[in-house]
Write a protein that binds this ligand. Structure first.
Ligand code: PA5
Length: 448
């Protein structure tokens, strides 16, 4: 079974010929991406990652994961943006919904928590309270090694670990994933003797899922990382053909550009499984940071259906007609429940007796798709056989490749993120960091 794109529900909005007209642009994007000639070419190491990742590294990651699983009740992943969203997406999609609440003998992995992805003292304090009496290991992840949010969280968690285990004990329970040589985290890791993993120079944060950034947390969570890489390899093969007619990934990239030029400037990635929610968050960063620049780019949004049909459904159906939807439609559920008949049928649901919840979910999807098309919202459907590690790996690579090609068609550098720095500069100035004295004065004046 394969992942496929079905764009037939967009053909009321675009003509087949419009996609074919984009063939030369797609071909050019393919050429400059694969020949490493395009904007941001120094950050396209992700392109070959499914093949280039070293088996020795995979073995090492699996051994570390085993060690963490044996040593700990709790594993904390400290990181933000591209340094946590891929792992979070995989863990949410591929582990039990109530993983952390299961009795420890019912799961082979420790409880998993995230930190350093915001600046909330309440969250961190309550996390510390929760883990106080448990055995803890930490993976701190930062490519630059200087990002404020994870650095603050790690400073506090490091103190907690040293109080609990002593300096040496804490070091043995801490893993740092960072640059091979630069940044404060690398220096700290060297000084403290942490086990370290390297984030390759030529892979940006949002493209780093298939490096130790994503793979170690996934392995600790009990996810088969080799299966993920197999799926990514298959996607690499499938997306290697510059002929748009034979490449679903390039069709997706082209259609979203055609819709964008017709003022469909918001794309909602929607799914009918709650375990897809963080995949959506990862996807939002991927496309938002890659395309939202030079005053252009589709605004990426997400929807978790059918939940959001009861909140955003009205807007999607009848609000401003600048939306299109990309639906991740899962064909087979991990678990199944059959709705049974009731003698008195007080809730009036006997017409569904004998049907599975997946069947009902499927009908919700079909009914919603048709209603939204009638309401003027083009739908692209990505059919996914099942939410397994293999298909997760496939989807990650599929969207990364689509994002690179789509960004080049749009005429932006899809591999930089200059705008992310602006809030940081202001925050550092307002916090009184050395070197930002002039900016501080100017900002405080504006805040008066
Ligand atoms: O994609 C990006 O570049 C950002 O989202 C980063 O991943 C995020 O800011 C975290 O950066 P770092 O890994 O350097 O701490």
């Amino acid at each position: 079974k394969r992942i496929t794109l079905d764009y037939s529900k967009s053909l009321n909005f675009i003509g087949q010929h419009e996609m074919e007209n984009l063939q030369p642009a797609v071909e050019m994007a393919h050429k400059i991406l694969h020949n490493y000639e395009g904007a941001g070419k120094e950050y396209t190491g992700w392109l070959e990652l499914p093949h280039s990742i070293d088996n020795k590294l995979i073995r090492d990651i699996k051994n570390t994961a085993l060690d963490v699983q044996n040593k700990c009740d709790v594993f904390i992943i400290v990181g933000i943006g591209g340094s946590y969203l891929g792992a979070k997406a995989a863990i949410e999609m591929l582990t039990h919904h109530f993983h952390n609440q299961l009795a420890s003998q019912d799961r082979k992995a420790p409880e998993i928590y995230f930190a350093g992805h915001h600046i909330s003292s309440t969250y961190l304090k309550q996390l510390l309270d929760l883990i106080e009496k448990k055995e803890v290991c930490i993976n701190v992840i930062s490519k630059s090694g200087t990002t404020t949010e994870p650095a603050i969280a790690f400073r506090i968690l490091k103190r907690f670990m040293e109080n609990k285990y002593g300096k040496e004990g804490a070091s043995k329970r801490t893993i740092a994933t960072t640059d091979k040589e630069k940044g404060a985290l690398k220096e700290l890791a060297n000084e403290e003797g942490y086990k370290t993993y390297v984030i390759p120079d030529d892979v940006g944060g949002r493209y780093s899922v298939l490096t130790p950034v994503g793979l170690l947390p996934m392995a600790v969570a009990g996810i088969d990382v080799e299966e993920i890489l197999e799926g990514a390899k298959e996607a690499l093969k499938d997306t290697n053909n510059p002929n748009i007619k034979e490449n679903h990934c390039y069709q997706y990239a082209a259609i979203r550009n055609i819709l964008y030029r017709k003022n469909k400037t918001i794309e909602m990635l929607v799914g009918y499984e709650p375990s897809l929610q963080y995949f959506g968050e990862w996807w939002k960063q991927l496309f938002g940071e890659s395309e939202g620049k030079d005053s252009k780019g589709i605004f990426p949004a997400t929807g978790s259906f059918s939940t959001d049909l009861h909140s955003m459904g009205q807007y999607i159906q009848q609000g401003i007609r600048n939306l299109f939807e990309t639906v991740i439609q899962v064909e087979e559920s991990i678990e199944e429940i059959v709705i049974e008949a009731e003698a008195n049928d007080l809730d009036g649901l006997n017409y569904l007796a004998g049907k599975t919840m997946t069947f009902v979910n499927q009908k919700a999807f079909e009914g919603t798709t048709l209603a939204h098309i009638d309401g003027g919202v083009p739908n692209l459907i990505i059919n996914v056989p099942k939410l397994t590690p293999y298909y997760f790996g496939y989807l990650v690579y599929f969207f990364e490749k689509a994002c690179g090609i789509s960004g080049y068609i749009l005429g932006v550098n899809p591999f930089n993120q200059p705008g992310v720095e602006d809030y940081k500069k202001n925050m550092f100035a307002l916090l009184g960091k050395k070197g930002y004295e002039e900016e501080r004065k100017a900002l405080e004046e504006r805040l008066k």
